[in-house]
Design a protein around this ligand. Sequence first.
Ligand SMILES: C[S@@+](CC[C@H](N)C(=O)[O-])C[C@H]1O[C@@H](n2cnc3c(N)ncnc32)[C@H](O)[C@@H]1O
Length: 423
Amino acid sequence: MANVDRLINWKTDAWKDPQMVAWYSRRMVENSGTNRLNNALETSLIAQYCLGETVLDVGIGTGRASLPLVREGKQVTGVDSSQAMLDETRRLADGLPITLIPGDVLDLPVANQSYDTLCALNVLTHFPHWREVLPHWASKVKPGGRLVFDVYSLDHLRVATGKALTEADMLPREGDDSSISRFNLRIAVEDLVTAADQMGLTIVAVVPYRGFFGSTDTNQLLAPWLEGQQRWERLLSWLATDQRMLDCALFLEKHFIAPLTSQVSGKLMLVLDHRPDPSANARWLARNTEMNAILASERLSLPMLTPYLPASAEQICDQLAQHLLPLRNQMLLYRIVKPMLANAQRFDLASLLPDPVFGRFVDWFRRELLDQMASRVAGHWSTCLPAEQATHYEGVDVAVATQYALTERLLTEHLGRFSGVRT
Ligand SMILES: C[S@@+](CC[C@H](N)C(=O)[O-])C[C@H]1O[C@@H](n2cnc3c(N)ncnc32)[C@H](O)[C@@H]1O
């Protein structure tokens, strides 16, 4: 328990340092890598689910979630344990009317039942004591009011690792101080439903996001295919400057991640109403379980998912085709769906992608495989060749390239491997 208290204090105090505040404030507007996408996703989800006119933003930080709400005319109160953060928000508000008060997540200095919505972005993720925090937060919203906040998904990690991990497994180990700063709260939806029932809360939505593009928390299901790949990192860095690519990424998130379950992504936006309705929670969980069963089915196609998606399969395909006109966007999607191309028995990608794009992806995938195979064989040959047979041209050893070309021809023309792929 002492370790948990240390964790809570560490996470709270870290943000009191003005240098840390200056770094965070800069980073939030920096527009590099996936920052811009993450910001767009998080702030739009908060705005989408925000109810009523009065908003309490807990751990307001630099106000990136609620300053846009003030601009829309909402009355916002921001609470934060860091005076340096509150000073920064006041500066960024630039005269906009917003109430800012120092206070703690577990001791909010505002009247009970006084807000329509409480939002907290990137705050509960730092703390393990969510079962204590949520009832206190709920006490500050009106009956029927709303809580909107993000956490990490334990379900996602369970599926990706195949291990029955628990919240306790996520806690820093006694004596391992370095893991305190790395702690992230991960919740399983079954535990959320149990807690919601006990706290008199109703689940409105659990929205997975950052499905493909997590910056600090890459999708664990895709990570083995993408991480450390220079081409992937470069593609992601373009998101900051390429508007059409950003729009494509937002489209993919909205249509293929947000409507699914806590298993598909590491990050979740939770939306809970302050009213008891255990039967609605049970219905929500049943639908969630049903969707997970579909996601785990032996063969997955777009029509199987469309009852859960925000548009018909035809509409989604049409819109996707538009987003895939720029070649760069095709490359982005190609990287994401590569694991599915490798597992074509399980994933019916043809039902999702426009015909020419699907054909091109299959072609790219085969070429990549061929390329890897030819490089391996040719590389092996070159190590077997005696040094005096190595071929040099203007100081460059061209043996590998020659052997690569030979191997590729052998594989495609004589052994029938990937025949029809070459152009
Ligand atoms: C990662 S920042 C998020 C800021 C902002 N919500 C955003 O998303 O950009 C975490 C914020 O929570 C605040 N915070 C940390 N511990 C807190 C506590 N115990 N009570 C209230 N606020 C806290 C920090 O000062 C910081 O502003």
